[in-house]
Design a binder for this molecule. Sequence first.
Ligand SMILES: *Cc1c(COP(=O)(O)O)cnc(C)c1O
Length: 388
Amino acid sequence: MAFQFSERLKALPPYLFQELDSLRDKVVAKGVDVIDLGVGDPDRPTPDYVIEALYKAAKDPANHKYPVYSGMDSFRKVVANWYKKRHNVDLVPDQVCSLIGSKEGISQIHLAFINPNDVVLCPEPCYPVYISGTGFAGAMNYFMPLLEKNSYLPDLDAIPQDTLKNAKLIWVNYPNNPTGASAPVGFYERLIKFAEKWDLIICSDAAYSEVTSLPRPHPSILECKGALERAVEFNSLSKPFNMTGWRIGWAAGNLTLIQGLGKIKSNVDSGIFQAVQLAAIAALEGDLAIIKEMGELYAERRKVLTKGLDAMGLEYLKTDYTFYVWAKVPKGASSKWFSSVLLEKSGVVCTPGVGFGPSGEGYVRFALVQEIPRLKEAADRISTIKVS
Ligand SMILES: *Cc1c(COP(=O)(O)O)cnc(C)c1O
């Protein structure tokens, strides 16, 4: 019997990194010392005090039962406090929903509020889950290009009115993956006005809000007037606390949006292991030295790698946020061609920008997830390459 994938699976966009993956395997098989700056996954371990908290909580039988679906009250309270502490935003625990990593909520929110044939406004280049989440809900994406000339902010005025009439939800992601761009508070204010006019739900993916070398986090959209009427922010311990494997994040904001998401989730999963939630509490309530340390480390790593790009004559976005370097490939080259040449000539893996959307063509993304000596080595190798 030959089984057919469902239409919704068949409609998924193709995986664009296949060629590069197989080229990488070939280069590795040749015995080349490959330096992988491809995936956006922190290389440093989770802080010890978080692991200790997990260990302790895992030994308590009270945590071996089904967790509360929407998240432990204590976790949601700590997240609400976090918004007070980091953004001076007042939330009640009911305005917070725990997530099995923010990816989970980013995907599921569509099922809660989007009907077939609705339009979801999506930036591109982007984190691919906005697109698949829209597709799984039977809806369509309208893509808003993020361009260098607009500081990688979407041009809201360029969206056709006919599209806006059918639009239900808009995605934004700052600090941005893949570009590393940030958004000023003024952008969020304009976005809220725009969303009020067209009655849109705003979904703000803030996974990198705490990945910065600056003393303050990136602004949250929830700080802005009117945000709690129509916005939800997705955030996560994954990137700032080096906890991608732990799978814990949250959605916070408008109560109805949080309730809808919670309702979907109560039919799909049964919450997060309480020991993981207790460990996340330890992380959020800790001294946050890890955030400062990692922010400064990524800034240092950025300097090291961009030296190599400078020597090669490549331009890149200067930013204080994320652990990505968004670099422009030489004029006339495609991002896929450039990535494969870089890999063949230097053993350095980067990600072609076009994999994140058509406006990523002409760019590549480097993830600063190797220690400084390895990045130095990458920079040295890169700087000797001639591509033009
Ligand atoms: C890593 C990432 C996420 C999700 O991370 P989780 O581990 O699921 O919390 C969400 N958005 C962006 C843009 C990311 O890069």
